[in-house]
Design a protein around this ligand. Structure first.
Ligand code: PLP
Ligand code: COI
Length: 342
């Protein structure tokens, strides 16, 4: 397509067709070389384990176009590591780091014309996924697997962008069990989160906030993003066995330390919420989204932040530093960036 017609700054966070995707197969206990496909479809066996027993994992990362025209990836090795960890959790074949990188590089460069220009607020979202493809009817892992990487240009995940957003505490469903699959990035967790997401949307919130699934006492995470709170020059974020370990959160912890702040990773009781000076959601899609209001959909209780309607100063500084590194505007002291078109 003629990409000059795309209104980059109006793109939603949604699927937008690009020209190519990358595929590799695990057969006879080894991975095939990557293949480039121009089809958005693939045939699949009716008894494939992914369709019945949910053997599916995925990742999400972005490619950023800098002012200098360079294409940057942010900490792709962390996504590669988490992809292997998720595979291990669902007894799936692990994609080696080199294959992961080769596939995302190829997917981005082949679709370079879809990489949104600098300054438009849009980025190229990269979606690696892996599925079990062998036919099984007993509940057991697949022998063979398919690894796919596609890319799609996206706008902000939260419609508000970098503005205070509303979040709703969900108590009627959990996205994961205490020792379940919450730390793995598998499709089942997202199917489980659909009810909470819908309820949150109906109450005018951008996302549900999950509490710990055992006691409903501690803050877990926010839909497809981790939670952080700021107080007394400290960055506080939940420790839990049922949340996804966010690459963005890990990076913000480092940036907070670089700014001279303390970092605490610990259970956060819900009662502590009003004591935070600033709270936010963070993730690849969410970037950093300041939270202005949290409503409890069961009790009707309401928590307010950002009294002047603007994101707090520390959230703003973290946002500027993180996105500055990602787009190449700010120095990258921790070597988080890989340039793809050098
Ligand atoms: N939590 C969940 C459930 C997610 O889906 C995501 C998105 O990947 C995150 C947190 C944020 O993780 P990351 O910063 O690695 O994108
Ligand atoms: C991401 O931030 O990459 C995610 O995976 C969020 C997605 C589920 C919308």
């Amino acid at each position: 397509m003629d990409t000059t017609e795309i209104k980059w700054s109006e793109l939603p966070f949604g699927y937008f067709k690009t020209d190519y995707n990358i595929r590799a197969y695990y057969k006879n206990e080894q991975w095939t070389p990557i293949e480039v496909s121009d089809s958005e479809y693939f045939p699949i066996h009716i008894a494939a384990t992914t369709l019945h027993y949910g053997q599916e994992i995925f990742e999400g990362l972005k490619a950023y176009r800098g002012k200098d025209g360079k294409i940057r990836l942010f900490r792709w090795d962390e996504n590669a590591k988490r992809f292997r960890y998720s595979a291990e959790g669902l007894l799936m074949a692990q994609v080696p780091e080199e294959l992961f990188f080769q596939a995302i590089k190829e997917a981005v460069l082949r679709n370079e014309k879809y990489l949104p220009p600098y300054g438009t607020g849009a980025t190229l979202y990269i979606r690696p996924l892996e599925i079990g493809i062998s036919p099984e009817i007993g509940v057991k892992p697949s022998k063979d697997y398919m690894f796919v990487v596609f890319v799609t240009p996206v706008g902000p995940y939260f419609k508000t962008g970098f503005k205070p957003t509303k979040i709703a505490i969900e108590r009627d469903s959990d996205r994961a069990a205490p020792l379940g699959t919450g730390t793995f990035k598998c499709g089942g967790n997202y199917a489980a989160s659909l009810r909470g997401t819908l309820r949150a949307a109906k109450s005018g919130a951008g996302s549900p906030m999950y509490l710990d699934p055992k006691e409903k006492k501690y803050i877990d995470e926010i839909g497809a993003a981790n939670f952080f709170g700021i107080k007394n020059n400290t960055y506080v974020t939940p420790e839990s066995t049922s949340i996804l370990r966010s690459v963005t959160n890990k990076s913000l912890q480092q940036l907070a330390k670089d700014m001279g702040m303390k970092v605490e990773i610990r259970p956060i009781p819900l009662e502590e919420l009003p004591t935070f000076e600033e709270v936010g959601a963070c993730g690849t899609a969410a970037v950093i989204t300041p939270i202005g209001e949290i409503i409890d959909m069961s009790t009707g209780e309401n928590y307010h932040f950002c009294p002047d309607g603007k994101p707090g100063p520390i959230t703003t500084k973290l946002y500027e530093t993180l996105t500055g590194i990602q787009f190449g505007d700010v120095e990258d002291p921790h070597n988080w960036i890989t340039i793809l078109n050098d």
